[in-house]
Design a binder for this molecule. Structure first.
Ligand code: ADP
Length: 549
């Protein structure tokens, strides 16, 4: 039968170890900077594979990790799936009850945990029957007092040879839970084929290509959808890896970029907002950087311009846990190559064009296809080889969130004539005022364009007459003068938006609550401020959708 071997992960590492044996893998750890080569990495994955087999791990068993981004965590990325077991990356920022739920639901046999995270895991595991029978390995050479755990360097075997099995591409390789704004997190399983096809698609020019001259630093955590797949893509491309370790702050990020010559980095907008703020008071050299990938939530226009001014291309990407995760990247299409800067910027601000291999459709409330005119919007549905078609053991969600092999993303989007997707909002965050929709995301981005604003989130506050009205929560920058800032923001918004879109209140707060994946938690904001008195009496009578626009 024609067709060759199955699509599995092992060949990516085989190539890197043999073609680029001296290329480095560098990581910032509790113990300082550690570095070794692909050749040593390859040996260590075999040492870990041998240890797992000796421990009794078999094909199909699940192994959890509770770790930041570093070389030992990366060793589990290849060793676990390529022996036929399944790597379940656990988000350590989740509340204890979610951690208990997912360890139980995934039925993890063994959990690898960072020394700094051990107290947190110990607290989740204490007296929790969900952890019965689970063993721990701590990612250090010395061990931890917080948990009964074997130190990693003692756990791995001395044997650097391993007889890697031939695996079926449908063998589960990875697993990640979506953070779940309501109810328990939902598990998404990644087969070898999903991770393989995601890797190959992201290597293409309209994905996030990485090659042997790249130095790749995922700041996005490895517990969040495999750091957007970058450890796999960077290995397939033969790039040097840089891992920023436990809770990296802007200073750590900058020093790794400067010292290791990072060319591609990736993270959620808050990471880069931190860098932008840090740069105001410190010397920062970003000259090695070619691109930063920004996703998870919308990249503000001001951020794209900031990186452009420093000769770094910000690539705005969109994806989901359910999609392994990359769906689209805002590359400038060839037909727009000669367009002026501002025209291109309008495209780059959007969530972009789909990477090759995916299909999408956009449907309105009645299930009709929405035209590609950049105006009409509807819910985005996607399908493709790396898009899941079910959640792990969640029949009710499987009925509501899929239409056959199409995943209902819950994102409300427009598509323009050139095929650029633009996320108008999450279906659940759109503000419904007087029967019309206001995009919370658009208002946030507009507010964050103000020089004195660090972060801003806009949520709908219940309102008797208009159902909901927008309320803006703003974190001023450290050196901002807040006198007159609210008026300044309103004046700026007034130039761009109809009156009925304008927030009825701007509240200054110290920090915007974040989810376990670092996104603005609008649920927490709403819980904290769901007070009608916040906007009552402030809404002008003409603040109706049809008042003047
Ligand atoms: P969680 O944050 O719950 O773990 P995901 O990371 O899977 O879940 O989040 C996926 C969602 O994040 C998308 O459906 C979309 O709403 C949002 N998102 C991802 N990338 C972007 C982006 N570039 N712009 C706006 N929203 C984004």
């Amino acid at each position: 039968m024609p067709g060759g071997t199955d699509q599995t992960l092992r060949p990516f590492l085989w190539r890197a170890a043999n073609l680029y044996p001296d290329t480095e893998i560098v990581s910032r750890t509790h113990e300082g900077i550690e570095r070794y080569t692909y050749a040593e990495y390859d040996d260590r994955t075999a040492q870990l594979a041998n240890a797992l087999t000796e421990y009794g791990i078999e094909e199909g068993d699940r192994i959890g990790t509770f770790c930041w981004n570093h070389h030992r965590h990366f060793e589990t990325y290849f060793a676990v799936p390529t022996i036929g077991a399944q790597l379940h990356t656990i988000n350590p920022l989740l509340p204890d009850e979610h951690i208990q739920y997912i360890v139980d639901n995934a039925d993890d046999e063994l959990i690898f945990v960072d020394e700094s995270m051990a107290p947190k895991l110990a607290s989740a595991a204490a007296d929790a029957p969900e952890f019965d029978g689970v063993d721990f390995v701590v990612m250090s050479s010395t061990g931890t007092d917080a948990l009964d755990a074997t130190p990693y360097e003692e756990f791995i075997s001395d044997d650097t040879d391993y007889e890697w099995p031939i695996l079926d591409e449908n063998q589960p390789a990875g697993m990640c839970y979506t953070s779940g704004t309501t109810g328990n997190p939902k598990g998404v399983e990644y087969t070898h084929k999903m991770l393989w096809s995601h890797t190959m698609a992201t290597l293409t020019p309209h994905g996030i290509p990485m090659a042997d001259d790249d130095v790749v630093m995922p700041v996005v955590p490895m517990f969040h959808v495999n750091a957007w797949g970058m450890p796999f893509t960077a290995t397939a491309g033969g790039s040097k890896h840089v891992y920023p370790g436990p809770s990296p702050d802007p200073e750590d990020i900058v020093s790794l970029i400067e010292n290791e010559g990072v060319t591609i980095s990736a993270g959620v907008p808050t990471v880069w907002l931190g860098l932008m703020e840090y740069e105001k008071h410190n010397d920062v050299d970003l000259s090695s950087l070619d691109s930063v990938i920004v996703g998870g939530s919308a990249a503000p226009e001001s951020m794209i311009r900031w990186f452009d001014d420093r000769d770094v291309e910000l690539l705005h990407a969109w994806g989901m846990t359910e999609m392994s995760p990359i769906g689209s990247v805002a590359h400038v299409k060839h037909e727009l190559a000669d367009a002026d800067y501002e025209t291109k910027l309008q495209k780059r601000k959007k969530q972009g064009i789909t990477v090759p291999g995916l299909e999408f459709r956009v449907v309105d409330d009645d299930g009709n296809e929405v035209p590609w005119n950049g105006e009409d919007f509807g819910e985005l549905l996607v399908r493709g080889p790396w898009v899941t078609t079910e959640y792990f053991q969640r029949p009710e969600a499987n009925r509501s969130d899929f239409d056959g092999e199409w995943l209902k993303t819950g994102d409300v989007v427009t598509v323009d004539e050139e095929g650029y997707l633009h996320i108008v909002d999450r279906a659940k965050d759109v503000i419904k005022s007087g029967g019309e929709w206001i995009s919370s995301v658009e208002l946030e981005n507009a507010i964050m364009a103000h020089d004195d604003v660090g972060e801003a989130a806009v949520v709908g506050i219940p309102h008797e007459k208009w159902q909901e009205r927008p309320a803006a929560f703003v974190v001023p920058t450290d050196d901002a003068d807040t006198d007159g800032l609210a008026d300044g923001i309103m004046a700026m918004l007034r130039e761009e938006y109809p009156k009925w879109w304008l927030p009825d209140t701007i509240e200054f707060i110290d920090a915007i609550p974040k989810t376990a994946t670092g996104k603005f938690s609008k649920k927490d904001l709403r819980d904290q401020y769901s007070d009608e008195s916040l906007v009552e009496g402030r809404v002008p009578d003409d603040a109706a959708p049809d008042a003047d626009d």
